[in-house]
Design a protein around this ligand. Sequence first.
Ligand SMILES: Cc1ncc(COP(=O)(O)O)c(C=O)c1O
Length: 337
Amino acid sequence: MENLDWSALGFSYNKTDFNVRYAFTDGKWSEMEITSDEYVKIHMSAYCLHYGIELFEGLKAFRGVDGKVRLFRVEENAKRLISSAERLCLPVPTVEMIVDACIEVVKRNERFIPPYGTGASFYLRPVMFGTTAGLGVKPSQDALLVVYGSPVGAYFKEGIKPISVVIDRDQDRAAPRGTGDVKVGGNYAASLLSGERAHKMGYSNVIYLDAAEHKYIEECGAANFFGIKEGKYITPKSPSVLPSITNKSLRQLAADMGLTIEERHIPVEELPTFEECGACGTAAVISPIGKIFDLQTEEKYDYGTEVGATCMKLYTQLQDIQYGRAEDKYGWCTIVL
Ligand SMILES: Cc1ncc(COP(=O)(O)O)c(C=O)c1O
């Protein structure tokens, strides 16, 4: 195993031994190529550079309590990658190609998979982009799909703790019928300025509202939003929200715990009625939300400094499955090593 200070790792790129690639040229996909080269050579006029014809995914592999390495819900990420590729008129890989690539990257970089108990994990980043050289705005005929990984540190170094976020109406992340429901780079480019503004003000993240009316909660940074009240797990239903795989998993666990699941509009006025709320995604599983400050109305919402009981239970149950401490009754994990 690599001699890294696993507990000091953050969320940043650490070089590993191998990445894998598939190229789509002349109307067909290549075989999987396994390489140590961290660079890709593309034409300066490649469509991805000009028109943002780019998409990506993010998922994790965990070394469990039993020493086994589990990849969490990789087929779901593969399906979401395919929906992003379709939306950008890119060549579409198969679920099998993506799953095989992720497994190969985990296997080939075993020495970078953090030991159990460090809170660190192995993050996989599939990324795909249009490589055809051209000038006019049109779909790319050719593409490169790369899957690489990096060990990343525990999200909460001192244990799970509530975050403070802002509501910002000055900038929207994604438009109705735009690309908010797929994982394409442009969405993240659009979110940077509001994110930076929030960070400068000392907040961890931005809650985006629906772009059409600024009435309903959409997402919280690169994570889905949920609220808990009266035995219900409530999460926004919107065509411009990315379908989070963590949220999907939490909905299942919440239902199993006896909570009622509601996927619907969440008006901003409903915020004070939540007993707990949180942001959920691969990075942190759950970031409980302690405070929300509305930049424009100056309204404040306070959920306290302690992690709510439901958030804690959901967080623990999901991590128990990821680390092999609890039965994986839905078959979410692929044991790779
Ligand atoms: C905009 C956005 N929403 C939600 C999520 C959470 O999705 P997942 O749980 O699949 O990581 C992510 C991260 O992938 C994201 O980028």
